[in-house]
Design a protein around this ligand. Structure first.
Ligand code: C2E
Ligand code: CA
Ligand code: CA
Ligand code: CA
Length: 276
């Protein structure tokens, strides 16, 4: 048993070394990825449930590495966050997304211009210069502030509620909208919505995934919609993959939805064609 234990330990330690090595390598590779043109943005449609119209899109970062292939955002965003690289990549993403959105839907003046949602990581939130970066991007691209939505995770906001509230107020004064992402997973309860000034919540896709077969998930989704509406907050359901989910969400009064059923993330050009 002792020998096996020792082997086991060796095995795990080697596996751990490899995991650390992979992370270090990934961090090195990620450092020059933007300059090498390996990072790009795709845009996932956001649809209004009342009339099925495309009203906005979420910018999602993609990393195509020549050897590693397509690296999942859940993996490399974490590396960028831990290493601090996100403070360089984040503002670039924001600028690129604003620039793309500024060009959308201008063929037809009568159309509402779609909004652009950009993910902001906890570290960007803490760094302090977010309002300045946002103002700069809006100035440079000419995007109307009301068309920019920033998605912050529920956990990042509640971990430092005082700081987040002040920051959100500054962003609001600039005319930018703030959304809470992955809502419902942070166990924060809905009471935070009263203290933190947000314009919308995105119900986490884990609830949407199960809402047709798990009464608890349906009850929670329904409660989030009702509570948000009573506070004047807009609700997006993310990860809608089936028509049944969409019908039920519409019936419960959910405002907007996003998911593979409604549209996969596409290039800026493709989204522009969908929007016009
Ligand atoms: P998120 O902000 O919750 O983004 C939604 C994720 O759900 C995206 O994954 C999207 O492709 C995926 N998705 C959309 N519809 C469906 C669906 O119907 N079913 C399923 N199963 N998935 C769906 P993606 O692009 O892999 O991004 C993962 C996470 O990486 C994002 O989660 C976000 O937290 C982070 N991320 C992506 N781009 C950025 C970025 O530019 N900046 C920061 N800070 N984080 C980013
Ligand atoms: Ca998001
Ligand atoms: Ca989300
Ligand atoms: Ca469940």
């Amino acid at each position: 048993a002792k020998v096996a234990g020792k082997n086991c330990y060796r095995f795990y330690s080697r596996a751990m070394d490899q995991a650390v090595e992979r992370r270090v390598r990934m961090e090195q590779e990620l450092r020059g990825a933007w300059e090498r043109g390996e990072l790009s943005l795709v845009y996932q449609p956001v649809v209004r449930l009342s009339d099925g119209k495309l009203v906005g899109a979420e910018a999602l970062l993609r990393w195509q590495h020549p050897e590693l292939g397509m690296v999942a955002p859940s993996v490399f965003i974490d590396v960028a966050e831990q290493s601090g690289l996100i403070e360089v990549i984040g503002p670039r993403v924001l600028r690129a997304a604003c620039a793309a959105a500024a060009r959308w839907g201008f063929e037809d003046d009568t159309l509402e211009k779609p909004f652009i949602s950009v993910n902001v990581s906890p570290r960007q939130l803490r760094s302090g210069d977010l309002p300045e970066t946002v103002a700069e991007c809006l100035r440079e691209t000419g995007l109307a502030p009301g068309r920019l939505h920033l998605e912050l995770t529920e956990t990042a906001v509640i971990s430092d509620e005082a700081h987040a509230s002040a920051l959100l107020s500054t962003l609001h004064r600039a005319g930018v909208k703030v959304w809470l992402d992955d809502f419902g997973t942070g166990f924060s309860g809905l009471s935070h919505l009263r203290r933190v000034p947000v314009d919308g919540v995105k119900i986490d896709r884990s609830f949407i995934a199960d809402m047709l077969r798990d009464p608890d998930d349906l009850a929670l989704t329904t409660a989030i919609i009702a509570m948000a509406h009573s506070l004047g907050i807009t609700v997006v359901a993310e990860g809608v993959e089936q028509e049944g989910q969409l019908d039920l969400l519409r019936e419960r009064g959910c405002d907007l939805a996003q998911g593979y059923w409604l549209g996969y993330p596409v290039s800026a050009h493709e989204l522009n064609q969908m929007a016009s």
